[in-house]
Design a protein around this ligand. Structure first.
Ligand code: FES
Ligand code: FES
Length: 163
């Protein structure tokens, strides 16, 4: 069975007819072409590589039915840029070398975005808690935490509150 849904994805409006069992991950990657949304753990909710923001909240898109997102505003890594440039979290990840293979990076950055939107003063412990569902096999996490602490300083006003 299929149902019609409307979504706002990275600022653009879309209408889809979706299957009941279609995940948001599948829709974003195969129907919208947003391949920054990664699938790393066979879509069983173990790695966080598929993280996107739905209504500002970080979720695993591999476990999230597309149908449930009807009417929601979705942000993927492709939608985080500010005026065509990197946002402060992306910049600090690059500056501090918090990226190796990069497979976990979109999910890490989106979970961080959700955290800093909610709590711009997040502590190291808050960051660990917020990223507990995002696995990285390469960096050892230290650089990632450092990058987020750096982004926090230049992030007095998170992206969605600017302007
Ligand atoms: S692909 Fe691993 S949690 Fe979604
Ligand atoms: S940089 Fe490779 S999994 Fe995180």
């Amino acid at each position: 069975m299929t149902s019609n849904i409307n979504l706002k994805i990275n600022g653009a409006r879309y209408a889809f007819s979706v299957r009941d069992d279609e995940t948001l991950l599948e829709l974003l990657r195969t129907r919208v072409g947003l391949t920054g949304v990664k699938k790393a753990c066979d879509a069983i909710g173990e790695c966080g590589a598929c993280t996107v923001l739905v209504g500002g909240r970080a979720i695993y898109s591999c476990l999230y039915p597309a149908l449930r997102a009807d009417g929601a505003e979705i942000v993927t890594i492709e939608g985080l840029a500010v005026d065509g440039g990197l946002n402060p979290i992306q910049e600090s990840f690059l500056k501090l070398g918090a990226i190796q293979c990069g497979f976990c990076t979109p999910g890490m950055i989106l979970s961080t975005q959700a955290l800093l939107e909610e709590n711009p003063e997040a502590s190291v412990q808050d960051i660990h808690d917020a990223l507990s569902g995002n696995l990285c096999r390469c960096t050892g996490y230290e650089k990632i935490i450092e990058a987020i602490m750096m982004a926090k300083q230049t992030y007095a006003k998170p992206v969605s509150r600017r302007g």
